[in-house]
Design a protein around this ligand. Sequence first.
Ligand code: PLP
Length: 371
Amino acid sequence: MIPYGRQCVDEDDVAAVAEVLRGDWLTAGPAVRSFEDAVAERVDARFAVAFSSGTAGLHGAAAAAGLGPGDLVATPSLTFVASANCARYVGADVVFVDVEESTMNLDPALVPDTADALVAVHFAGLPLDLSRLERRPRVVIEDAAHALGAVGPLGPIGNCAASDMCVFSFHPVKPVTSAEGGIVTTNSPELAERLRRFRNHGMHGAGESVEEPWAYRIDETAMNYRLSDLHAALGRSQLSKLDRFTRRREQVARRYDEALAGAAVRTPPRAPGGQVHSRHLYPVRVLDRRRVYEELRAAGIGVQVHYVPVHHQPLYADVLSAPLPVTEAVYDGLLSLPLHPTLTDADQDRVVRALSATTAGSPQVESERRR
Ligand SMILES: *Cc1c(COP(=O)(O)O)cnc(C)c1O
């Protein structure tokens, strides 16, 4: 099966991890700090705080922002469930926002005025322009799990130019991997401190007490969300390849654009000039998705659907949102084609041939507006 996404790990990544195993620190040591510093520098943020996963980072961001019961958190429904779950982890409520058909990103004009916070996703790695928000909620968190390496109209995604915090994931299918891992960037020293506390049981103030020099202080129910040095060493090593990976992903995407130009397949948007799309996914839209999915899978092509809208999940059945007609229409035909730095031209040609054959004769997906 040609997978829709996969990691690209070389011998120098292996060596970086092995070196940590031979040293003194296995967790939360110098490799974590080096990974954090490298990500902060790369995305032009003042602080970066590593977590054990992107999901843990989203939880940390929601907690550090002070979100809790009574707060309303807006997020798209066309995303991975963690974008919404981070609100629920801290007891906040979720409201879903419809997407724009041309970008598959949330429509900034539809963020309700009642929202206390926004978890904004850069879907597939296409930068969402946060300066288009008509009213900025009290808290803005970017879910940039897809978007390390992307550059939007306000600079590198992660610089928090129009947000409080930005969360990256280093899961194996993401732009670079640490196996499991996440990083939250911010320009606020207070938020950075709260994030660091939250990932380490809420512990702080070690050695500050004269009477009890061994003591530390805890005043919140926090977590162990620390990243290990093994994971951080892999992530740091991978980060040095990000530009090469992003270029290769863009090349594969352009090759799909050209090869599918005549097919009954709607190809995903490109980034506007001067911006960079990180091309985490290549989500096309087809008619009769169920049949296309099954035929491609039977042909050994691991297409996937990103995502079943979160509001379709039983867990979110109780959420009251305005109707999400564009999310429904986009989801109807959505299919992610294989896209990763190690995909060969020959495998890509197989995908194109199989997709062209199964969709031959069917009409193009129409725009929602024209229905
Ligand atoms: C992958 C992903 C996450 C979660 O990241 P993990 O590191 O797997 O926990 C969150 N949001 C989105 C949009 C993702 O794609």
